[in-house]
Design a binder for this molecule. Structure first.
Ligand code: PLP
Length: 299
């Protein structure tokens, strides 16, 4: 569903947002797209469990757990940080995954870094038999294929497509589906010099670029300025944003529009990739740090 964003911008630039966050109540936005063909493939291979990797605040972990529950797979989460094992209940993201039935294996940061090594994966396959392994963030060729379905024929009139970037899987699908006259602009939510190459392994077109100045200090880093922006945007538009991905992206788009990045009369499509289930956990952290918290729809 596309929705007009009533934020006035210079030079006749307009903003529209694609509400992928509303695709599914628990498998949010782009994670639904990324899991779709992987779940079908796992079924085809006769697997009974999905195994994947993530940090304590990973939206992918929550989405994979919910997908397992919905489509009849056991789920195993390899979680970064062995100090978290006795803190599941204090982390809303992990608590949600646990309610969906996810089994956790907490590993040290050192072991977690081996997440793509064949020997490490073989050992996990032996420990958890019959599992279909999804990489961290869920990015693989089937995930990119799913993300190619985000844009539809009705989006042909947009000049620019803007979205948040983590591992680069989602933007790769959007790039592949974009039309030659459309420019795709990615807003990385983290510092990662390898991202350009990671995207090139999946993206088949060259009509894209990254705006790298809007990560707010790195992955999961949230400032008072960002929280204020997200709350202000919610008041003005009724559209909730998450602080890890979509909040930073929309902040960046509006900033770039004022800096003259977009030509006059540009019709800019923002992709709301979801992530709202993470707001509760982030608010707990913000409270601890005596920072302002993000307004939510819940009363
Ligand atoms: C995971 C996630 C992203 C990043 O997706 P990638 O395919 O890893 O680039 C963007 N937005 C939200 C809300 C996410 O949860």
């Amino acid at each position: 569903m596309n929705q007009n964003v009533p934020i006035p911008l210079p030079h006749g630039i307009t903003l529209t947002i694609k509400r992928e966050d509303l695709l599914h109540p628990h498998i949010s936005g782009n994670k639904f797209r990324k899991l779709k063909y992987n779940v079908l493939e796992a079924k085809q291979q006769g697997k009974t469990a999905l195994l994947t990797f993530g940090g304590a605040y990973s939206n992918h972990i929550a989405a994979a757990a919910a997908a397992g529950r919905e489509y009849g797979f056991a789920t195993i989460g390899i979680i970064r940080g062995d100090e978290l094992a006795d803190k599941i209940d204090t982390n809303p993201n992990l608590a949600f995954a646990a309610i969906c039935g996810m089994h956790f294996k907490f590993v040290s940061r050192e072991d977690y870094r081996r997440k793509t090594e064949p020997e490490f994966l073989d050992a996990l396959s032996a420990e958890f038999s019959d599992c279909y392994i999804l990489p961290e963030g869920g990015t693989n060729a089937l995930a990119v294929k799913g993300c190619e379905e985000i844009l539809t024929d009705a989006d042909a009139g947009f000049t620019h497509i803007c979205l948040a970037v983590g591992t680069g899987g989602t933007i790769s699908g959007v790039i592949n589906a974009a039309l030659p006259h459309q420019q795709v602009v990615g807003f990385p939510a983290l510092k990662n010099a390898a991202l350009w190459d990671d995207i090139r392994t999946f993206a088949t077109n060259n009509n894209w670029q990254l705006a790298e100045d809007f990560h707010f200090g790195g992955y999961g880093k949230v400032t008072a300025q960002l929280v204020t922006f997200i709350n202000d945007f919610y008041d003005k538009t009724g559209i909730p944003l998450d602080p890890v991905y979509t909040g930073k992206m929309v902040f960046g788009v509006i900033e770039l529009a004022h800096q003259g990045f977009f030509p006059p009369q540009s019709r800019v499509l923002l992709i709301h990739t979801g992530g709202l289930q993470g707001v509760e956990g982030m608010n707990l952290l913000l409270k601890k740090k005596h920072l302002p918290t993000i307004k939510t729809q819940k009363v």
